[in-house]
Design a binder for this molecule. Structure first.
Ligand SMILES: Cc1cc2nc3c(=O)[nH]c(=O)nc-3n(C[C@H](O)[C@H](O)[C@H](O)COP(=O)(O)O)c2cc1C
Ligand code: SF4
Length: 410
């Protein structure tokens, strides 16, 4: 299935000429012809929801950004992609940077922003030159900079390299890090859209969301909504990894079942059976083998306490232990917790101690109670989405694999 990734392999991802042969910025030209309000309506009609994890309706988000007033306004492309098991944005940046840039200009035009930044994770430093070159080529050709395509619209774009921190994918932490401070979230309100980078209105938007906007404007909303399911239209780019034969990035229509996704990745290595599947990133929920017929849609996954999240699908086989897996997830969050708020900073440390006891089979019923209390406290009282969503795999893991936990009690 190719909609957002339809240009993959059809041109050398570095060549602006190649991109122009496929699509000479048709999406952007259509945008200028239709005007910002009509384009916002089209994006709303497409049902597109943010692909960075928060799942917020994109059309509404751009409309809200348009209303914000300020001497300066920014659009930031979130290319931080720090969620474990997530590498789909990397492929969109590598194979189709021009579609992404086109999406950014469309969003900037619709939201009245004159300045844009691609915030790219440090670990993708090997792509930084590729991104900068594409920006320069677009500027020389009149797709960026002053008076774009003779419309009088100005938009400057630059690249900012992250510094290897997961939390910098959160909007405020990202703004702080770009301002030269330590990358930690701020309390809300005000929100990033109101007082973000340098305290100006800022629209933070994911790589795939921007790429999807350009693809929708080029091919038409109906072509997008014809795919997927009636309540979850379109396609999703996912990263499949773990114990599958062919890990990689796949574009699927919404409604594809988890079982079909595993088949796309050529099944489980060594002919084994599925043990469990984590969806949406390190803070994503866990599905059991008897839930593999769950369709990959926002609503169906939510009914199992799982969310689409970052689009990561990590598959474990029957030999993998859920407790080892969760211990590993916990270690990631201990490493990445920015330490600003107590529930996440201290909750993670206590969780690590308890997970160690489950692993050694020395846990008590009191530890189990503490495990649940800590998770509730983290999801309710943490300052940012990291601490608030981290309990999801621990809660679903316990819910669906209760016997493994109970067998680990002394
Ligand atoms: C700890 C944390 C890390 C995040 N990391 C990313 C990321 O790497 N990429 C991303 O697009 N969104 C990430 N997000 C979500 C962003 O804050 C934001 O919701 C998103 O970029 C908005 O774009 P969208 O509307 O296109 O989804 C993260 C959120 C949190 C709380
Ligand atoms: S929840 Fe964790 S990552 Fe977020 S602000 Fe608190 S300590 Fe930092």
């Amino acid at each position: 299935m190719n909609f957002i990734t339809s240009n993959f392999g059809k041109y050398d991802g570095k060549s602006l000429e190649g991109y122009r042969k496929l699509s000479d910025f048709e999406a952007l030209r259509k945008t200028f012809e239709s005007g910002p309000l009509a384009v916002i309506e089209e994006i709303k009609e497409s049902g597109l929801q943010g692909r960075g994890g928060a799942e917020y309706p994109t059309g509404r988000k751009i409309e809200q950004a348009r209303i914000e007033k300020g001497n300066r306004k920014f659009v930031i492309c979130n290319a931080d992609e720090g969620e474990p098991g997530t590498f789909k944005d990397r492929e969109l940046l590598k194979n189709d940077i021009y579609q992404l840039i086109e999406g950014m200009v469309i969003v900037a035009y619709c939201s009245n922003a004159k300045e844009g930044i691609i915030y790219c994770r440090e670990e993708y430093d090997w792509m930084h030159e590729h991104i900068c070159t594409a920006i320069l080529k677009c500027k020389e050709a009149g797709f960026l900079g002053e008076n774009i395509l003779g419309t009088g619209f100005n938009f400057e774009l630059s690249l900012f390299s992250g510094a290897g921190s997961y939390v910098c994918g959160e909007g405020f932490a990202m703004c702080e890090s770009m301002e030269g401070k330590s990358g930690r979230p701020r309390s809300k309100p005000p929100y990033v859209k109101q007082e973000g980078y340098l305290n100006y209105p800022t629209l933070v938007i994911n790589v795939e969301t921007l790429s999807a906007i350009a693809a929708i404007m080029r091919h038409g909303t109906t072509q997008f909504t014809d795919l997927g399911t009636p309540d979850c239209p379109g396609t999703k780019v996912i990263s499949v990894s773990g114990k599958v034969n062919r890990p990689g990035v796949y574009e699927i229509p919404f409604g594809t079942t988890v079982e079909e996704i595993i088949k796309l990745a050529d099944g489980i290595r060594g002919g084994k059976r599925v043990g469990f599947v984590q969806i949406g990133g390190a803070s994503g929920g866990i599905l059991t083998p008897d839930m593999l017929n769950t369709p990959f849609t926002y609503r169906e996954l939510k009914s199992k306490q799982v969310s689409v999240g970052s689009g990561a699908v990590v598959v474990a086989d029957e030999g993998d232990s859920i407790i080892d897996f969760l211990e590993n997830v916990g270690q990631f969050f201990i490493h990445e917790s920015c330490g600003k708020c107590v529930p996440c900073r201290e909750g993670n440390r206590q969780l690590e101690i308890i997970m160690g006891k489950f692993k050694d089979k020395t846990a008590t019923l009191e530890d189990l109670k503490m495990y649940q209390d800590i998770l509730d406290m983290m999801s309710e009282a943490s300052l940012c989405g990291s601490g608030r969503t981290e309990p999801v795999p621990f809660k679903t893991g316990f819910k669906y694999f209760k016997s493994e936990f109970l067998n680990s009690i002394r």
